[in-house]
Design a protein around this ligand. Structure first.
Ligand code: SAH
Ligand code: NI
Length: 449
């Protein structure tokens, strides 16, 4: 087979990213907007050594689980790469992903049905929108998958609608102000990205413009139209790197944080800090973690990868001590402020990596009863797993946004004397392939004693 060849076949599976899989003489092709059971006439668009890509020329049959009205921009950009599946199919897909990755790793455990979301669109509290020039005009939208080619988009579908409105207002303001959009080829042009966060409970809004240099912009109209705005900042970025923000931040209006509420506790959030993008489902996620932990008033808990302190602070009034660590200094500042804001003095937060702070706590004699871990996609450092297991907590509760690294770490915990008892996926990212889950590991020694 070669590029532009035409063939027919049945979609037999979906990849982890939601692409249909069609085999031709056992050679797999990945196809956008294709669902299992569908028969397709396809055109080869790219061919590699072990797999290729193909495009639908004609649907010979369609799945009855397909959402027909799907805007292809959402699939092409990956904003909503499962938007062509009914929500029920999305949930089944996610559960199946978790089961498959765990059984391939040799971990046997019961995986519960995914906790569905009630809001399946408009749920995101945060947007990171690239600004580029299209036909000579400053434009906002999203990049096509695996590219930096901007597709203009005004309705981002899964973001809170007020965030979409603000982005359009800002785009118009930037156009009227005659400002230039960033150009990656030349590393010239002023405006690179617009980042907007909107606190789900309080409606407070933060805007960060990522610019090549600070310039004067009159935001007064935008501030009048959106009274929720509590913070406007510039982040100055001059390098070509992929990180969204530059090092320097400058407050243009209001404060350098917004305040939200989760599970009845208040949280200040700065631009640099991580904060779950789906607040309603984040509450569900944390609640699941606490249910698994079965906390007692005498418990000492560790909140590893603590961000602004959400996991530990939501239960600081139900346990004796909270120890948290986090690598982003601004987030740890938020965590300390958040402890004070909620009136807690039984908490201790440190800046540092989990893998360097945990052994120090172990040496200092910290004896956690429950360890919560909530790492980024790359999962846990191998040495951290060993240290955590040696501290002989009765349970380790693992919040994961990546089933693959979760499965790898589960094998390591099982080698280190813990057993994965249960797994509960929670859907924080409807319409996308992203899967979030909570796993509970129990200490084999404490079970047999
Ligand atoms: N528990 C928080 C944050 C989870 S996101 C919440 O629910 O909001 C993961 C966090 O881990 C991020 O804040 C990130 O900055 C932090 N992080 C990344 N690598 C780390 C490391 N090696 N050690 C400690 N924290 C790390
Ligand atoms: Ni993925």
């Amino acid at each position: 087979m070669q590029k532009n060849d035409i063939f027919e076949g049945e979609v037999v599976d979906l990849t982890h990213e939601g692409l249909g899989v069609v085999k031709s003489d056992n050679f797999p092709f990945f196809v956008e907007n294709a669902m299992p059971g569908e028969w397709l006439r396809l055109r080869v668009t790219k061919i590699g050594k072990t797999f290729g890509f193909a495009r639908v020329e004609e649907f010979l049959s369609k799945s009855d689980k397909r959402v027909e009205s799907t805007n292809m921009d959402y699939l092409r950009t990956g904003i909503a790469d499962l938007a062509h599946l009914t929500y029920d199919e999305q949930l089944k897909f996610k559960k199946h992903q978790v089961e498959t990755v765990l059984s391939k790793a040799g971990v046997s455990v019961h995986v519960a049905d995914v906790f569905p979301a009630e809001e399946v669109t408009g749920y995101r509290n945060k947007a990171q929108i690239p600004v580029r020039s299209l036909n000579g005009e400053l434009t906002t939208g999203f990049f096509r998958k695996h590219s930096h080619q901007l597709l203009p988009i005004e309705n981002f579908y899964i973001q809170n609608p007020e965030i979409d409105e603000i982005i359009l207002d800002l785009r118009n303001l930037l156009r009227e102000s005659g400002l230039t959009a960033y150009d990656e080829r030349t590393n010239k042009g002023l405006v690179r990205n617009i980042v907007v966060r909107r606190a789900h409970k309080t409606g407070e809004i933060m805007i960060v413009l990522v610019l090549s240099k600070a310039v004067k912009i009159d935001f007064s109209q935008v501030i009048m139209r959106f009274p929720g705005i509590k913070s406007i900042q510039y982040s100055i970025k001059t390098d070509r790197g992929n990180a969204i923000f530059g090092k320097a931040f400058e407050v243009i209006y209001g404060q350098n944080f917004i305040t939200d509420e989760l599970l009845g506790k208040k949280f200040q959030i700065s631009a640099q800090s991580f904060y779950q993008v789906n607040s309603t489902q984040a509450e569900r996620l944390y609640q699941t973690a606490y249910d698994f932990a079965d906390l007692k008033p005498t418990d000492t808990i560790v909140d590893a990868y603590s961000g602004i302190g959400t996991v530990g602070l939501c239960v600081a009034d139900r346990v004796a001590q909270v120890y948290g660590m986090e690598v982003v200094a601004a987030a740890v500042e938020n965590a300390k402020e958040n402890a004070a804001l909620n009136g807690f003095s039984n908490v201790h937060y440190e800046v540092g990596t989990a893998e360097e702070v945990m052994p120090r706590w172990q040496a200092q004699g910290v004896r956690p009863d429950v360890i919560f871990v909530d790492p980024p996609r790359k999962g846990l450092d191998e040495s951290f797993v060993k240290t955590a297991a040696q501290m002989s907590a009765r349970a380790i509760v693992y919040i994961s946004c990546n089933p693959a690294t979760f499965a790898r770490d589960a094998v390591r915990f099982e080698e280190a004397g813990y057993q994965l008892e249960r797994v509960q996926p929670v859907d924080l990212f409807p319409q996308t392939h992203h899967v979030e889950l909570v796993g509970k590991f129990i200490n084999n020694e404490k079970v047999s004693n």
